[in-house]
Design a protein around this ligand. Structure first.
Ligand code: GUN
Ligand code: ZN
Length: 434
């Protein structure tokens, strides 16, 4: 058995800090480590203890680097990598102007391969070890993503985006082919290595009731898969859903009516919810995915994190690449902090890190595997340089607690703060050490 002892500062946020206190929910070791064997975490704790427990382990010492679980990005569109930061549109115009033409290009499998590789390289450079991604309607876009992730040993989740109305020619499937293509991809990829399949109707405006019904049936046949879609992102979108579905009680009802609401459902954005929707989402154990840079960039609105957490919702955090304006979960935490301020609740660094790791992992129903430093979990880690730029270094230099030390990196950090990224115990990226 080869054992690796990864040393640095270790911040282990072992329980949900919302409703607790940051210090009660976490353990910090200024000289700590994570002991890894066969891609799994054997132990996390003080460096001295781990050294005596594993005297023959290969040591990788990151000095002052801060070891955290690798970031988990719970809602992305990897095919939108090349159109990130496209100017000037709100949701529906943004989809029609930038997104759909770009997604059309994924009819070429070589293009899908190129973007999947590029996207996952960006992810690793940013310390993100898991993403839950929409693909395009093309099955080859799903293949490309899973193959690129498998090559890196990454635990990703993804699915074919299904659309059979209100999308351009060449970018529509139908209820039958959405079911058949999704079923074939699911059979091929779900549970292969670290891959998981996500049944993926884009959103109600682009899926007929027949398509939602077919995908609900597929989910019932494969209950341990995930399901992802969008919910109540912009007011225009909600009005459109109400026009399309006068019979529905609310937007969520259009999913609920077709078996698409239960544990394992990830609803992106979920900003403008009605009370019934909130109650049903919580009672069903579905997850709300907060996409703060996207919600600001596309002009969608302010997600009420404090309320959602107080209600007992499962909440994950995500970039929503490329509606979101960054690949970085640090930047995403910063945006979540800013939106917290605008809604009257400053989120503590412990809460931000929790959302970006364990919160997203819980949303993906994988809290024991990823987003955690607990023994037995997968050794997906990020090591952060807490002084990655002069501006951050001068502020962090005054820190008196680990929270003061990490917050400047959360607010001002980017991929330069990634000292190393480990995927299943294997170091994939280290700008300082090659
Ligand atoms: N709603 C439906 N599709 C999309 C998408 O690709 N991005 C975002 N942000 N919202 C959507
Ligand atoms: Zn999205």
């Amino acid at each position: 058995m080869t054992q690796t002892l990864i040393l640095g500062q270790v911040l282990d946020i072992h329980s949900d800090p919302f409703g607790s206190t940051p210090d009660a929910a976490s353990r910090f070791d200024a000289h700590g480590g994570v002991l890894v064997e066969d891609g799994r975490i054997l132990a996390t704790g003080p460096a001295d203890e781990l050294r005596s427990r594993a005297p023959r382990a290969t040591v990788e010492d990151h000095g002052q680097g801060l070891i955290l679980p690798g970031f988990v990005d719970a809602h992305v569109h990897y095919p939108q990598t090349a159109i990130i930061a496209s100017w000037g549109k709100r949701l529906i115009d943004w989809l029609n102007t930038y997104t759909f033409p770009e997604e059309m290009r994924f009819g070429d499998p070589a293009y899908a391969d190129e973007i999947a590789e590029r996207y996952l390289d960006l992810l690793i450079a940013n310390g993100t070890t898991t993403a839950c991604s929409f693909c395009t309607i093309h099955p080859a876009s799903v293949e490309a993503f899973f193959i690129a992730a498998e090559r890196r040993g990454m635990a990703v989740a993804a699915g074919k985006t299904c659309m059979d109305r209100n999308a351009p020619d060449g970018l529509r499937d139908d209820a039958r082919s959405a079911y058949d293509d999704s079923a074939a991809l699911l059979a091929r990829w779900h549970g292969r290595g670290r891959a998981r399949y996500v049944i993926t109707p884009r959103f109600t405006p682009t899926s007929t009731p027949a398509q939602l019904e077919a995908l609900g049936a597929l989910w019932a046949e494969n209950p341990d898969c995930l399901m992802q879609t969008h919910l109540s992102e912009q007011l225009d979108e909600i009005a459109w859903v109400k026009e399309l579905h006068p019979e529905a009680r609310d937007y969520l009802d259009t999913y609920e009516a077709h078996g698409l609401l239960r544990e394992g459902a990830l609803f992106g954005h979920a900003i403008h919810l009605e009370d019934r929707e909130r109650d049903r989402l919580r009672d069903a154990g579905a997850a709300l995915i907060h996409c703060p840079t996207s919600n600001a960039f596309i002009g969608s609105g302010l997600f009420g994190m404090a309320r959602a957490k107080a209600e007992g919702q499962i909440v994950g955090l995500a970039t929503d690449t490329g509606g979101g304006s960054s690949f970085s979960m640090l930047r995403t935490m910063a945006a979540a902090y800013e939106i917290g301020q605008l809604t009257g609740t400053p989120l503590h660094p412990a809460e931000l890190i929790w959302l970006a790791t364990a919160g997203s992992a819980a949303s993906m129903r994988a809290p024991d595997r990823i987003g955690t430093l607990a023994p037995g979990s997968d050794a997906d880690l990020v090591v952060l340089d807490l002084a990655s730029t002069p501006a951050i270094a001068q502020r962090a230099g005054r820190a008196e607690t680990i929270w003061d030390a990490v917050f400047p990196t959360i607010m001002m950090g980017d991929d330069r703060a990634t000292a190393a990224t480990y995927v299943a115990g294997r170091k994939l990226f280290s700008p300082h050490r090659g």
